[in-house]
Ligand binder design. Structure first.
Ligand SMILES: [Zn+2]
Length: 214
């Protein structure tokens, strides 16, 4: 069966959290829920669809993508996946929380499943290929669902834009390489679900993304 992608937008950074499911199991990607209401919205989405969470997938360890991880760990206690290099980013989240004044942020327990890149992850009917796409952060990965033609891409591509590279561990030439060599090798019709803002596609970004010109 085709998998379903549910999108919820959370926290002061307007981060997109995705719940991907096959009708039975779900994975929670980049849980950014921060307020009590946002935590309830996440649980509501899972329960209304009758889903059992089986894993948390992180594209990277930035504060806005893990703001709800401690809550999700305590609520569901499932495996948490992160690329091993991005533990650096993950461990700095409480410092970022102080800088941005995100009071009440709880530094979550470290992920127990460390990725390198190129793994195939299978959960129920869902299959994701892990693609290593550093540049926005040192160990950023995206989760590509080939069967259903989409990629959960975190902060690599945003519609008509791309992730910033001025944060610790960011590097513009590296991000450009990740987009041009890795992301643009996916089929044009691939839907791109971003960590911020609306969906786009690989074909659209090949036309409009400014990273091609700088
Ligand atoms: Zn980020």
């Amino acid at each position: 069966m085709k998998t379903v992608v549910e999108k919820l937008t959370f926290n002061p950074f307007q981060e997109n959290t995705y719940i991907v499911h096959d009708g039975n199991s779900c994975v929670i990607i980049d849980p950014g829920c921060f307020s009590r209401e946002e935590e309830e919205a996440l649980v509501q989405c899972i329960e209304a669809n009758g889903l059992t969470p089986v894993a948390v997938l992180l594209t990277h360890g930035h504060l806005d993508h893990i703001a709800g991880l401690d809550f999700v760990n305590r609520k569901y206690g499932v495996d948490v996946y992160l690329q091993e290099t991005d533990l650096f980013t993950f461990r700095g989240s409480h410092i970022a929380a102080n800088l941005y004044g995100l009071r009440g942020f709880i530094q979550p327990e470290e992920p127990n499943k460390l990725l390198k890149g190129d793994e195939i992850l299978i959960f129920g009917e869902m299959e994701f290929q892990v693609l290593f796409t550093p540049g926005h952060s040192m160990g950023h990965v995206v989760y590509y669902n080939k069967q259903d033609g989409y990629v959960i891409n975190g902060d690599v591509i945003m519609r008509g834009s791309h992730g910033r590279t001025d944060l610790p561990g960011g590097d513009y030439p590296t991000l450009k390489r990740s987009i041009v060599e890795t992301m643009f090798s996916l089929p044009d019709e691939t839907v791109v679900y971003s960590g911020h803002g609306p969906e786009t596609s690989i074909g659209i970004e090949k036309q409009i993304n400014p990273i091609l010109h700088f």
